[in-house]
Write a protein that binds this ligand. Structure first.
Ligand code: DGL
Length: 272
């Protein structure tokens, strides 16, 4: 048993899609979440900046007594997982790439797998490499969708919203053409667009949420190392953001599927 908290971070609110699954699957675990809402999006920035921001995010979280860190961000996972793992050892650091790739390989019937993510994520090639290691015959079609994160952070994700429909059709047309049967949502913001994406691609395409997929790895790790919280229910959840705590509460409640208004606190992340 280990009653320490799990630290989770993302460039913004997207990582809450992982926290949502974490709370559902492991309701006794304490969670500390940090969303860098003041500097989102990360995905159009260079690797050096992403690494610098990710180090500051982790430095903030390490002010808490943690048993693991979850990088609930495709961009940071594809750019800085190795560095953060090395710098924080022996604290386990879990990213979203391997878990999402595993889930996609398990789901595909044809081996035609699609991948959407931020510019940095797609440029890194990390998801494709992982999918091909697990399934050498896989055919991976990848596309960066740089406007999805700002769209979602601004509360625009509903199907029927003309801007959402336009961008979904623009970005996802290649996946229809490639006849993928599985699409990795390689960015943790994208599950908010799940309904619009599913409506465009149709019921034959399985959508893999990278944030939700990484919770499998967290659960397995805690089980294997006998590190589960002694409580089976009632974990405490703390929320921090680098921009307005009030805004985080409003939109964060949507991402999380439960009301967290008034619970978030603001952090001056540049001081870390
Ligand atoms: N949720 C982040 C990800 O998974 C968004 C990255 C960004 O800020 O551009 O990639």
């Amino acid at each position: 048993m280990d009653d320490r908290a799990i630290g989770v971070f993302d460039s913004g609110m997207g990582g809450l899609t992982a926290v949502r699954e974490l709370i559902r699957r492991l309701p006794g675990e304490d969670v500390v979440y940090f969303g860098d809402t003041g500097r989102v999006p990360y995905g159009g920035r260079g690797a050096e900046t992403i690494i610098k921001y990710a180090r500051q995010d982790v430095a903030f979280l390490r002010g808490f007594d943690l048993k693991a860190i979850v990088i609930a961000c495709g961009t940071v996972s594809t750019t800085a997982l190795d560095i953060l793992t090395r710098e924080n050892a022996p604290l386990p650091v879990i990213g979203v790439v391997e878990p999402a790739a595993r889930a996609a390989v398990a789901a595909t019937r044809t081996g035609r797998i699609g991948l959407v993510g931020t510019k940095a994520t797609i440029a890194s090639g990390a998801y494709e490499r992982t999918v091909r290691r697990l399934m050498p015959q896989a055919v991976v079609t990848a596309r960066a969708c740089p406007l999805f994160v700002p769209l979602v952070e601004n509360g625009r994700y509903q199907p029927g919203d003309p801007l959402v429909e336009l961008l979904v059709a623009e970005y996802l047309a290649p996946f229809r053409e490639a006849e993928v049967d599985t699409l990795i949502l390689g960015c943790t913001h994208y599950p908010l667009l799940r309904d619009a994406i599913a409506a465009y691609l149709g019921p034959g395409v399985t959508l893999i949420s990278s944030g939700a997929a990484c919770v499998d790895t967290v659960a397995r790790l805690l089980e294997e190392r006998d590190m589960k919280n002694a409580k089976a229910q009632g974990g405490e959840h703390l929320y921090f953001a680098s921009d307005s705590a009030q805004d985080f509460g409003v939109l964060g409640s949507v991402f999380l599927g439960q009301d967290i208004q008034g619970q978030a606190r603001q952090v001056a992340i540049e001081n870390y």
